[in-house]
Design a protein around this ligand. Structure first.
Ligand SMILES: [Zn+2]
Length: 331
């Protein structure tokens, strides 16, 4: 999603005129009387009082302090090159100060906690330790059948990370199932499956998170990022679910969407991080407001870890900040 924000800046009239009208009574269009600027600015401020979203740039006060050295001659409404340059610099300064920071926010979408059952894998521990040590935030998708018949230590590990505010856990399906059809249609947990199955898998995951973790999931990302119109309907039916990671390109969903931008993938294939192609493609997407970077830390070898650390250092140097889906949307 591109940074689109309307910025309205009203500049107060900066003509500081004392006797122009008296000197040039015939030039009606340009005639100003001493004090007109003050009166016009006052009237403008009266109107603008009802529009607090409009930022006011007080060029009148800015100019008045330098009027003697910037005016072309006494009483004239125009300014010399030094005055015009200073006024231009001031306008640019105010606009720049209102623009959002240049670098995007980064949401790390780390998939698949729980695919090996209700255990705290060392690879996941290393990932969350890294996030904390580097003062970052990230999001982790749970395969929710790991919340059935699990161990208290696993649940507590999730709760503690959730409570830290650094990690947002999200709904990554119930069993992560998928079958490549041989002589029959291919299906995924949330694509090409029927309503009853999708509804059960989605709602069971929500219930398990409430029951075992005391957490209400606000964010969903389907296994394999595969979903269809049935998934749209199932999500619409649950008002607690607010955000969809990598949603399908179909209409009808009112959920907040965090789409995939293929050019900035950090894994070139599942579990394999590469810095160079990311760094080559990032500048073309540096004007995005948010980039959602999918990864699978449980599968990283030392080489991928090293590449991941390079990506984080690169993003930090570029001024990017790391957030979570709910924090990004202010939920
Ligand atoms: Zn997955």
């Amino acid at each position: 999603m591109k940074k689109i924000r309307n910025i309205i800046i009203a500049s107060l009239l900066y003509t500081v005129c004392s006797n122009f009208a008296a000197a040039n009574p015939a030039k009606d269009a340009w005639t100003q009387l001493a004090g007109d600027a003050v009166r016009f600015n006052h009237a403008a401020l009266e109107v603008l009082k009802d529009y607090p979203e409009i930022i006011i740039n007080d060029l009148y006060t800015f100019t008045k302090a330098n009027h003697a050295k910037w005016q072309t001659r006494p009483g004239n409404v125009h300014y010399n090159p030094a005055g015009k340059a200073a006024q231009g610099d001031e306008v640019a300064k105010v606009i720049l100060s209102e623009l959002p920071s240049a670098a995007p926010q980064i949401i790390i979408k780390a998939d698949d906690v729980g695919t090996r059952g209700p255990i705290i894998q060392p690879s996941w521990q290393r990932f969350v330790d890294y996030i904390e040590a580097n003062d970052m935030k990230a999001s982790i998708g749970i395969v929710t059948d790991s919340l059935q018949n699990g161990h208290e230590a696993y649940y507590q590990w999730i709760r503690d990370l959730h409570d830290s505010g650094r990690i947002e856990f999200w709904h990554h399906g119930y069993d992560h199932s998928h079958e490549r059809g041989v002589g029959k249609p291919t299906w995924w947990e949330f694509k090409n499956t029927d309503y009853a199955a999708q509804k059960h898998h989605f709602e069971r995951g929500m219930e398990l998170a409430e029951e075992k973790l005391g957490i209400t999931f606000r964010t969903f990302g389907s296994p394999y990022n595969a979903s269809d119109a049935t998934t749209v309907k199932v999500l619409e039916e649950n008002p607690n679910m607010r955000i969809w990671l990598y949603p399908p390109n179909i209409t009808g969903s009112s959920k907040l969407k965090l789409p995939r931008i293929g050019g900035v993938n950090i894994e070139q294939r599942t579990g394999v991080i590469k810095f160079a192609p990311f760094a080559a493609n990032y500048p073309a997407h540096a004007d995005e407001d948010v980039l959602v970077l999918q990864c699978h830390p449980a599968g990283w070898d030392e080489a991928s870890w090293s590449e991941f650390e390079q990506i984080v250092d690169y993003l930090k140097a570029a001024g990017a900040t790391f957030t979570t889906p709910t924090t990004y949307f202010g939920i």
